[in-house]
Design a protein around this ligand. Structure first.
Ligand SMILES: Cc1cc2nc3c(=O)[nH]c(=O)nc-3n(C[C@H](O)[C@H](O)[C@H](O)COP(=O)(O)OP(=O)(O)OC[C@H]3O[C@@H](n4cnc5c(N)ncnc54)[C@H](O)[C@@H]3O)c2cc1C
Ligand code: SF4
Length: 329
């Protein structure tokens, strides 16, 4: 038994003050990730500050036509929200591709962004893991490596980020609103999750005590088509081997713009800027799909077990682009 304090403040500022004051304190939201970690012994907080009463759980339209999603909005409510389904279908699809109905009912927008890697060694306290215990080593480098990252990894950590929702948010250029001991700040979601470098114990750019209060989406791009495609080992209830969130704008059979993010490939959702650059101004052809995918994956580094991810990603992106441009060819 490891005793810890449990509080459930009514206001975000109280929650921030409580966690900031105690280096061992953690926020608790839906608990679908954190409670598993308590049971597995991955973390032993001195206090849990339950933020479910303190967080906004509404979806609102902003003055600029964008959308604000309270960090307390459950994943299932967000996926089913009529405005999200109509204006940001890629986000709804990504949420519905994740976990199960029961889990999505409990899981929150903030907790989903902050969920931790599913690396099997991270979750097994009997094995070395730099993310769990800095300096102890990385068991995944020589061990079971099917899920390892192929982009942006380091010698310290080759884990991948598990969230589907975050991949769609990256393609949508969302912003994360945060309240900390020094006040509020807004962080672009592209850059919110870190690459591992020499400090894989830090998943995001947040400091201790900072609380995610909302996610903001810019107004939808007129005429853009979008989709989320997740490749996994079974049809539901499995994390992505590879996933693609894509939005494209096409005029006269030519790409005007493309926004693409990958899941399952890196320590953070991976914004495919090179592929986007290649596609802009190019004709909608099979060759363009291939050149774009190859450009993005050119710097992929694979190990013994995960080389399949490169052709799988190339083929998945080509298939997504084909689907989104069917009527333009
Ligand atoms: C069996 C299973 C299958 C799953 N499959 C998928 C899947 O396919 N795809 C997918 O994307 N996810 C999947 N998940 C993960 C699930 O989406 C996450 O567990 C969930 O989104 C976490 O949200 P939560 O509110 O329960 O977070 P919690 O478990 O409460 O918290 C998670 C972390 O976030 C921190 N935190 C929570 N809220 C905030 C906040 N507002 N500000 C700052 N920090 C905060 C907590 O301190 C904790 O570290 C699966 C989970 C399980 C158990
Ligand atoms: S890949 Fe990262 S999370 Fe997995 S064992 Fe290595 S250091 Fe730990």
């Amino acid at each position: 038994m490891r005793p810890f304090e449990y509080t459930r403040p009514a206001r975000a500022a109280e929650a921030v003050a409580a966690v900031t004051a105690d280096p061992g304190a953690r926020y608790l939201a839906g608990g679908t990730n954190l409670v598993d970690h308590l049971k597995l012994g991955l973390t032993a907080p001195t206090a849990l500050v339950d933020v479910r009463d303190a967080l906004d759980d509404t979806v609102r339209t902003l003055a600029d036509g964008g959308t604000s999603i309270g960090a307390g909005v459950p994943n299932s409510d967000l996926a089913a929200h009529p405005e999200i389904r109509r204006r940001y279908p890629v986000l709804s699809a990504a949420l519905l591709a994740g976990a199960s109905g029961q889990l999505r009912n409990m899981a929150t927008t903030g907790g989903n962004l902050l969920q931790r890697t599913r690396c099997v060694y991270f979750q097994d306290v009997t094995t070395p893991c730099n993310k769990r215990e800095p300096g102890s080593g990385c068991s995944a480098l020589e061990g079971h490596g099917r899920d390892n990252a192929v982009l942006g990894a380091s010698e310290f950590c080759v884990a991948t980020h598990p969230s589907d929702m975050a991949v769609a948010l990256c393609a949508l250029d969302a912003r994360v609103r945060v309240l900390g001991p020094d006040g509020e700040r807004t962080i672009p979601v592209n850059g919110f999750h870190r690459l591992p470098g020499a400090t894989p114990e830090r998943d995001t750019v947040l400091s201790h005590g900072e609380l995610v209060t909302a996610v903001e989406l810019p107004p939808p791009v007129p005429g853009a088509r979008s989709t989320y495609r997740k490749v996994r080992e079974r049809a539901s209830y499995a994390f992505a081997l590879v996933s693609v969130a894509a939005l494209v704008q096409v005029r006269d059979s030519q790409f005007v713009d493309a926004r693409i993010a990958f899941g399952g490939l890196a320590h953070a959702p991976w914004r495919a800027r090179r592929a986007e650059e290649v596609l802009r101004g190019r004709p909608v052809t099979e060759e363009s799909f291939q050149v774009a995918a190859d450009a993005e994956l050119a710097e992929a580094r694979t190990g013994r077990d995960n080389s399949y991810k490169v052709p799988l990603t190339v083929n998945t992106l080509a298939s997504v682009l084909r689907e989104l441009t069917e009527e333009d060819r």
